[in-house]
Ligand binder design. Structure first.
Ligand code: 9WO
Length: 248
């Protein structure tokens, strides 16, 4: 999958592909990330990419022309790419959208704004979609672009080993994850749940599903499926009745 990121801080975005899963995806040839700096498409000595907002007010606005030229350069590297602007005004990113982006395998051009934003006429002319990673304002779109790169990279073929992809499946249905434990068996007077020491894989899978359902109902009821099958309803009832139970 080809991703071009348009940013005046390429060194910030470069860090996301220097380690971890995105690095593995790149090394496997499953991910290519190009970094394009709009300052390289300016024609003044100061490499100016911003200017004062019409109508006055605080902050500066990113000029259209350097961004337009940067997008053109990105399109030359990533033909038929989808242009995504990372902004607080965008559609909130969810795992389903990440899966769709990874499965479509359409090249992406991620536009990371700075200052107070981008000239609206550039957005209208060049942007296909706006994505937000949450309801807060950052210093720029770069961290959001890195989130998209990391989340998509994990879903590219061969990137996650079988064990990890199995774990991936455990909450790919939108539930929160179950709790995890590792050695030592006792920590601060608390022992690892007995079932996890039993070696009974069916019982372990059942316990993990119960924990995922119970924690989701407790912490993020908005993520709960509209209807649960008989087995899940029973697990949820067991969770509620246990000491991990759901507060009424
Ligand atoms: C800057 C500013 C300065 C003075 C007064 C008001 C202001 N608003 C902003 C602003 O919103 N800057 C944004 C910085 C413009 C678009 C790029 N930036 C950004 C993207 N901040 N946060 C995001 C973002 C992207 C995706 N998901 C969440 C947040």
């Amino acid at each position: 999958m080809d991703i071009a990121v348009i940013t005046i801080f390429p060194e910030l975005v470069a860090s996301v592909i220097e380690s971890g899963i995105p690095r593995k995806a790149r090394d496997l040839g499953r991910l290519r990330v190009e970094l394009i700096n709009p300052r390289d498409f300016t024609d003044d000595e100061r490499r100016t990419v911003d200017d004062r907002p019409y109508g006055g007010g605080p902050g500066m606005v990113m000029k259209a022309e350097p961004l337009r030229k940067a997008i053109q350069a990105a399109r030359a590297l990533c033909p038929a790419a989808k242009v995504i602007y990372l902004s607080p005004q965008g559609e909130q990113l969810k795992q389903q959208r990440v899966s769709a982006l990874a499965q479509e395998d359409q090249a992406l051009i991620l536009l990371a704004g700075r200052y107070e934003g981008i000239d609206e006429r550039l957005i209208r002319a060049e942007v296909d979609a706006e994505i937000s990673i949450g309801d807060y304002v950052l210093s720029g779109g770069e961290l959001a672009a890195m989130v998209v790169i990391d989340a998509v990279a994990r879903l590219l073929p061969d990137v996650l080993g079988h064990a990890e992809s199995a774990a991936q499946d455990s909450f790919s249905d939108g539930l929160l994850d179950c709790p995890h434990y590792t050695r030592p068996e006792w920590l601060d007077g608390e022992r690892v749940p007995e079932v996890l020491l039993s070696g009974n894989h069916a019982a372990i899978a059942r316990w993990r599903r119960m924990q995922a359902l119970g924690r989701t109902a407790q912490r993020r009821p908005d993520l709960m499926p509209e209807s649960l099958n008989k087995d899940d309803l029973r697990l949820l009832a067991e969770y509620s009745a246990s000491n991990d139970g759901i507060d009424d």
